[in-house]
Design a protein around this ligand. Structure first.
Ligand SMILES: C[S@@+](CC[C@H](N)C(=O)[O-])C[C@H]1O[C@@H](n2cnc3c(N)ncnc32)[C@H](O)[C@@H]1O
Length: 315
């Protein structure tokens, strides 16, 4: 296992990252091609794939902490060091943590289709995510392999890949079984459902704009004096502008009044983070900064939150 401290099996600590996207070759300690599975669930597929073929590096991305715990056990049991696990929303992780032209295959097995139109925003494959894929997949050879039990979902994703203009998409085909059975495959088999395979292959050169570009210094501001009434009245503050939203939920005070913690929720293009901004007394004036314990990516909304708090409370 590599000595990179920001990737301790699955929890990335943005505080330790000096450069985005991540340098996966250095993390794995070799230059093998990358295969990413999104939503690996029980991890059956990813672990079997990594056991079978050691010539690739594998990355699993999941939003479920339980799934990450489960796969971690399997990695230890099988002594596998060619898999890294990321606990994160794949739409964010794939865009911010992978450079252009860096992933050989993205595999998605039985994603939730979110059938109701009011839930459509939760579907993994939307126009923006497909645009991300058009940049991070390897040119010419890079592929997305989707298996689903829902035909309309496969058709919908196919149309989105075609509309993007960067992909050659094969006809949706019915498959008997995956090379390694997943929990959901078993579940749908027991219900007698069919399985559909969609393969989209990248056919262009593309780059996209990322949130985590530029400077990653700890966001901070200094002011001479604090207006404490204004500070207390910040609870409930909300501001939205240019794909960013900042909401202040609460303020906690140290008993001696020398330090305040402002609880913030912020959103960049749909990616939500929650963290504290620290307001603390210095020898001269006050320092407003992202709190040291915050595990927040230093996105534009996080920087904006620090700037807004400083501006709003200055006396
Ligand atoms: C229906 S389950 C399928 C699990 C597994 N692939 C299987 O076939 O058994 C979908 C999985 O995707 C994960 N998931 C959903 N949205 C995600 C996202 N945006 N990023 C990463 N994982 C996601 C869920 O936590 C869940 O474990």
């Amino acid at each position: 296992m590599s000595s990179y401290s920001y990737l301790q099996m699955y929890q990335i600590n943005p505080k330790d990252i000096k450069r985005y996207p991540l340098e996966w070759n250095k993390i794995f300690g070799n230059s093998n091609k990358l295969i990413v599975e999104i939503g690996f669930g029980g991890g059956e597929f990813l672990v079997s794939l990594a056991k079978e073929n050691n010539n690739y590096n594998y990355i699993g991305i999941e939003t479920s902490l339980t799934s990450c715990h489960k796969i971690k056990k399997k990695l230890f049991q099988n002594n596998l060091n060619n898999i890294q696990i990321i606990l994160e929303d794949a739409k964010f992780a794939i865009r911010e943590l992978f450079s252009d032209n860096s992933i050989n295959k993205v595999i998605v097995n039985f994603p939730c289709p979110w059938p109701k139109s009011k839930h459509a925003k939760n579907r993994l494959f939307d126009e923006k995510f497909i645009d991300t894929l058009s940049s991070v997949l390897e040119e010419v050879d890079g592929k997305v392999i989707l298996t689903t039990d829902v035909f309309w979902y496969a058709s919908d994703v196919k149309e989105k890949f075609l509309n993007n203009g960067c992909f050659e998409v094969k006809n949706i085909s019915e498959v008997n079984q995956l090379p390694f059975k997943t929990r959901y495959e078993k579940k749908w088999e027991n219900e007698g459902r069919k399985k559909y395979l969609l393969i989209a292959q990248k056919r262009c050169k593309k780059t996209i704009k990322r949130l985590l570009e530029g400077d990653f210094d700890l966001p901070h501001q200094k002011i001479k004096k604090v207006d404490f009434d204004k500070l207390q009245s910040l609870v409930g503050f909300k501001k939205s502008c240019k794909n960013k939203t900042i909401v202040i939920k609460d303020i906690y005070t140290k008993l001696d009044g020398s330090e305040y913690l402002v609880k913030v929720f912020s959103e960049d293009e749909g990616y939500i983070q929650s963290y504290f901004v620290n307001v603390s007394k210095m020898k001269e004036g006050w320092l407003i900064k992202l709190d040291d314990i915050a595990k927040a990516y230093r996105t534009p909304a996080v920087k904006e939150a620090v700037n807004i708090i400083a501006k709003e409370i200055e006396n």
